[in-house]
Design a protein around this ligand. Structure first.
Ligand code: FMN
Length: 333
């Protein structure tokens, strides 16, 4: 069975990619992933804050107990163990490239223009095969409208794109006013791939200390339905590689996402929970499904249930809402 796929112009042995997580942050973890058959790895992000020595504005506001950012309840998990600094990060890229035969994708996390963007070039020089730009932003300032925030992100993508030759993917959140429009703008700005979606972490409150504490809960399979819908919708509308992240835990999730139109399916929670050793099982079950349905390859099945291909395209949009609600009430008749 031919499980190869093309993602960002790279040929991957299978669609199974390890997305940024602590597992991809050490050489040992990376080796384990490759040994288990992962097709590519995305290193943890190098954060704008690490490069500018500025702290997260939202985090600051929350820690100060300001309470005014009631809606800004998403922020990143603690950076502590990620705070490797740019030099160590570039070293990790070099070591990973030396040790592994699979593509190594580096990741930059930031939302504003600034000197730190330079690091994209250094990442390229360190040997990364591609760069994932993670736009993790909480739109907490009521004086900034959607158009302003989006324009800033587009400018950032254009700037990073102009500075490097390697393929660029953008990892984005699902929280845009007009997601399909923004996705297309990202591609026009130079993103060769879109990674759907960033998973936002909700901070928690400690009732004893009344402090905001990070609370990271790993994902579950059900969460893959958000990227499933949007990959199906975007597949016929944007000419870019599409990768699914959030809730990819088993071969069923992978198969559905490929059918919707994903070029790659990325795993983090499942790998942290069960170890890289689950990868061969997922790969075997994906191959078995393809054989049973008489597909010859992953490339052949990719997108065959995207919005352009299914008999009821509305099902991916508003109609799905009505049907879902009705499907519940019908149980009681
Ligand atoms: C502990 C942990 C650390 C993560 N670190 C990063 C990171 O540095 N950069 C990034 O883009 N995503 C990061 N992620 C997000 C994952 O790459 C992934 O997109 C997200 O967890 C959704 O996938 P999942 O459902 O398979 O976990 C992290 C996730 C976890 C659980």
């Amino acid at each position: 069975m031919d499980l190869t796929t093309r993602y960002l112009g790279l040929r991957l042995r299978t669609p199974l990619v390890a997305s940024s997580s602590p597992l991809t942050g050490t050489l040992d973890g990376l080796r384990r992933l490759e040994d288990a058959g992962v097709a590519a790895v995305v290193l943890p992000s190098l954060f704008e804050e690490q490069l500018t020595h500025e702290s997260l504005a939202v985090n600051d506001a929350l820690e100060a107990g300001a309470g005014v950012f009631a809606e800004a309840t998403d922020y990143l998990p603690e950076l502590a163990h990620y705070d490797v600094g740019p030099d160590a990060y570039l070293d990790l890229i070099r070591q990973a490239k030396q040790a592994l035969a699979i593509p190594v994708v580096a990741s930059l996390n930031g939302t504003t223009l600034g000197g730190w963007v330079e690091h994209a070039r250094w990442i390229e020089q360190a040997g990364a095969d591609a760069l994932e730009l993670n736009l993790y932003q909480v739109a907490a300032d009521p004086t900034h409208d959607a158009a302003t925030l989006e324009a800033r992100e587009i400018e950032l993508v254009e700037t990073v794109r102009a500075g490097i030759e390697i393929p660029l993917a953008v990892k984005l959140s699902p929280f845009y006013t007009a997601l399909a429009h923004f996705a297309r703008r990202l591609v026009v700005a130079g993103a060769q791939g879109l990674v759907l979606f960033n998973r936002f972490y909700q901070p928690d409150l400690d009732l004893d200390s009344l402090e905001v504490v990070p609370h990271l809960v790993l994902s579950r399979s059900e969460e893959s339905r958000l990227p499933l819908r949007w990959i199906a919708i975007l597949r016929p509308r944007v000419s870019a590689s599409l990768a699914a992240t959030s809730g990819v835990h088993c071969a069923t999730d992978v198969t559905k996402l490929l059918l919707a139109g994903a070029d790659a399916t990325m795993l983090a929670s499942a790998l942290l929970e069960h170890g890289p050793e689950i990868l061969p099982t997922i790969e075997k079950e994906l191959a078995a499904w393809l054989i049973e349905r008489e597909y010859e390859s992953v490339e052949q099945m990719k997108g065959s249930a995207s919005q352009a291909a299914v008999p009821d395209p509305d099902a991916f949009e508003r109609a799905n809402y009505r049907k879902t609600l009705r499907s519940w009430s019908s149980r009681w008749r």
